[in-house]
Design a protein around this ligand. Structure first.
Ligand SMILES: Nc1nc(=O)c2c([nH]1)NC[C@@H]1CN(c3ccc(C(=O)N[C@@H](CCC(=O)O)C(=O)O)cc3)CN21
Ligand SMILES: CC(C)C(=O)C(=O)O
Ligand SMILES: [Mg+2]
Length: 267
């Protein structure tokens, strides 16, 4: 009998038990099988695929079609893990567009949750999605789709005003119905405080070890992008010697909260 599917309810229970959530990005069926076997609870079909698979300079050129295709590849091979699909650039610029994008990502792509980048300005959109049965993961801190406004991939929430904005955004999105939060490139102290305050689990990337779980880009943690991976990432393939061992080592280090260590925590 197949094990029960992981949902946002499973992840909320893990948070309450202080059981760390292990997540990686995943873009195809072969890796989906390996990641699920290694014990990853969450597979994120990230729009990072634009940079990692397509060789684009940013995630901005990624299209809904691309996300639907890769979500379908991953979800076909994942029986138990929660498959989250990124909504690409501007595909959730209005609530109507977001509902149409969710229809494709879940209906054709087989995703069980969608993720969108932004704060309180998205509360109405998140409320509409969740009211119609679309589980939503929020994404705060460094927002790669806003790289042309931000001027680069830099840490966010480093001053009091920035930290207060991220906190207010997180509370607004949780109130609107978001059931998960990815916090990218914020100081570890801020991420730990938010994880303590919020009911929804907080999955960190470059946000220290005080989160409820961790996510990395698969190709970074497998050392497939030498010289092009962020400092907060770690080459688990170099540390463990094979793909399967790297995935198992990542899950173990996330669960025992030894990753990210001080060397992978910038602020
Ligand atoms: N391969 C890859 N890994 C990622 O983690 C990733 C992507 N691609 N594409 C989409 C976004 C972009 N991300 C990035 C990209 C670069 C940095 C970076 O170079 N950060 C600097 C810190 C800058 C600062 O000090 O504020 C670093 O040294 O890590 C961070 C996140 C995270 N995501
Ligand atoms: C880095 C994660 C959080 C992401 O959004 C992506 O891979 O696109
Ligand atoms: Mg993304």
């Amino acid at each position: 009998m197949p094990a029960e599917r992981i949902t946002s309810t499973t992840l909320a229970a893990m948070k309450r038990r202080r059981d760390a959530i292990a997540c990686l990005t995943c873009y195809d069926a072969a890796f989906a099988g390996l990641l699920e076997s290694a014990g990853l609870e969450v597979l994120l079909v990230g729009d990072s695929l634009g940079m990692v698979l397509q060789g684009q300079p940013t995630t901005v050129p990624v299209k809904l079609e691309h996300m639907v295709y890769h979500s379908a590849c991953v979800s076909r091979a994942a029986a138990r893990s929660l498959v989250i699909a990124d909504m690409p650039f501007l595909s959730y610029a209005t609530a109507d567009r977001a509902l149409a994008a969710a229809e494709r990502l879940m209906g054709d792509g087989g995703a069980a949750m969608v993720k969108l980048e932004g704060g309180g300005e998205l509360a109405q959109t998140v409320a509409r999605l969740t009211r119609f049965g679309v589980p939503v993961c929020a994404h705060l801190g460094l927002l790669p789709q806003s790289v042309h406004r931000l001027g680069g991939y830099r840490y966010q929430g480093r001053d009091d005003a920035g930290a207060a904005r991220i906190r207010a955004d997180a509370l607004a999105l949780q109130d609107a119905g978001a059931s998960l939060l990815v916090l990218e490139c914020v100081p570890a102290a801020l991420a730990q405080a938010l994880a303590g305050e919020l009911d929804m689990p907080v999955i960190g990337i470059g946000a220290g070890s005080g989160c409820d779980g961790q996510v990395l880009v698969l190709h970074d943690m497998l050392g497939l992008l030498p010289g092009r991976s962020p400092t907060f990432s770690k080459d688990f393939a170099a540390a463990y010697g094979s793909v399967a061992a790297a995935l198992a080592g990542y899950v173990a280090e996330v669960k025992e909260r030894s990753f990210p260590g001080p060397g992978h925590t910038l602020y």
